[in-house]
Write a protein that binds this ligand. Structure first.
Ligand code: NAP
Length: 335
């Protein structure tokens, strides 16, 4: 009996929320690796908010996923056969291998990982893109200084939990904004945040005035929309507003909602700057080493939300991000 490779492909461009019919679940024959290639079996797939904008046919930092293409995704695979000098059977490798059970790769953009140091999912979370995003967003783009007041939105998510904890390592006062009382308790009771605001229940503008009475020095924004607006209304002098993401806008069919009170940047002599973490790729090894040190020292706790299933569970798991059902890094672990 020949083994088949189950894949999730993009069938149609969604309008607003992704619908089940926007995906095609397909089985194809498993490929053999050719010269200079290796083959592997997918172990863990990363779920990322950016996957939603990748489905739109509009210019971005990566080309849109094409109709009929295997859905783009970072994942960790275990090598099963290899004609590549750098990858051997049994190796675990992280790369952008897509939502499929079996992979053939020439190794471009792939990196061998050491699963004795950290679990495969951690290489997609704290030591992967979310960890790098928090690190460079806060320290480089946000030019964080020890002891400043930092506010993080999407604070209980993959990037948010890392950004807040890195700011704590730097001796900052950290306020997290997240949805729901459980997430807020996690931030203050487990992750050491100084305050947490439940944006679903509180008047965020008012709550920020109370929890950051001297103003916000660095606002690390993962969500955009009205929460960005509220943060802009409470900036300290020379504040830095780091535009990391805007998940509140990703399913909108109309144009993104811009900040109505941007003139506070002028009044506070502040700056607002967006970034794409891939631009820091050369410095990932140094950042990963520093983050791993903080984890070993107990300064940073890893938060991961693992869904166990098959690639067919990918569409459902992706929606969890937009319903706020994940705490920390969301991954799909294949049986
Ligand atoms: P995540 O925060 O783990 O998951 C998404 C979270 O967003 C949800 O758990 C939910 O938490 C919150 N959310 C969903 N809909 C929302 C809404 N309408 N308003 C407010 N919050 C909402 O995801 P992540 O991977 O860490 O990504 C966080 C952000 O970073 C995303 O915007 C992503 O695009 C961005 N990002 C940027 C870069 C870069 O290079 N710039 C790289 C990676 C990620 P609640 O329950 O709290 O609502």
């Amino acid at each position: 009996m020949s083994v088949t490779n189950r894949q999730i492909r993009l069938a149609a461009r969604p309008s607003g929320l992704i619908q089940p019919g926007d995906w095609e679940h397909r089985s194809v024959p498993v490929e053999e690796p050719g010269p200079g290639q290796f083959a592997g079996r997918t172990r863990v797939i990363s779920l990322d908010p950016a996957m939603r904008p990748w489905l739109d046919d509009r210019p971005s930092y990566l080309p849109p996923v094409g109709i009929g293409e295997v859905m783009r995704a970072g994942s960790v695979i275990e090598v099963t056969a290899s004609h590549h000098p750098d990858f051997q059977p049994g190796d675990h490798v992280v790369g952008r291998f897509g939502v499929q059970e079996y992979v053939v790769s020439d190794g471009k953009g792939a990196m061998k990982i050491d699963t004795t140091l950290a679990s495969p999912s951690t290489y997609l979370g704290a030591l992967g893109t979310p960890g790098m995003t928090a690190y460079f967003g806060l320290l480089d783009v946000g030019a964080l200084k020890d002891g400043e007041t930092v506010v993080v939105s999407g604070a209980a998510g993959a990037v948010g939990t890392m950004a807040g904890q890195i700011a704590k390592v730097r001796g900052c006062r950290v306020v997290g904004i997240a949805g729901g009382p459980e997430k807020c308790s996690l931030l203050t009771d487990e992750l050491g945040y100084d305050a947490a605001i439940d944006y679903r229940a509180a008047d965020v503008k008012q709550a920020l005035r109370e929890s950051a009475p001297n103003g916000i020095d660095v606002y690390f924004d993962n969500v955009g929309g009205s929460i960005l607006d509220a943060a802009l209304s409470n900036l300290a002098m020379h504040a830095r507003v780091v535009i990391c993401g805007a998940i509140s806008q990703y399913n909108d069919t109309t144009s993104a909602q811009g900040p109505s009170n941007y003139t506070s940047l002028l009044i506070r002599r502040a700056r607002m700057e967006g970034f794409v973490v891939f631009d820091y790729a050369e410095r990932y090894p140094q950042a990963a080493q520093e983050i791993a040190g903080w984890i070993r020292a107990g300064h940073i706790k890893i938060k991961e939300h693992v869904v166990r299933g098959t690639v067919d569970d990918f569409p459902g798991a992706l929606q969890m991000l937009f319903r706020g059902e994940n705490v920390g890094k969301l991954v799909l672990e294949l049986a």
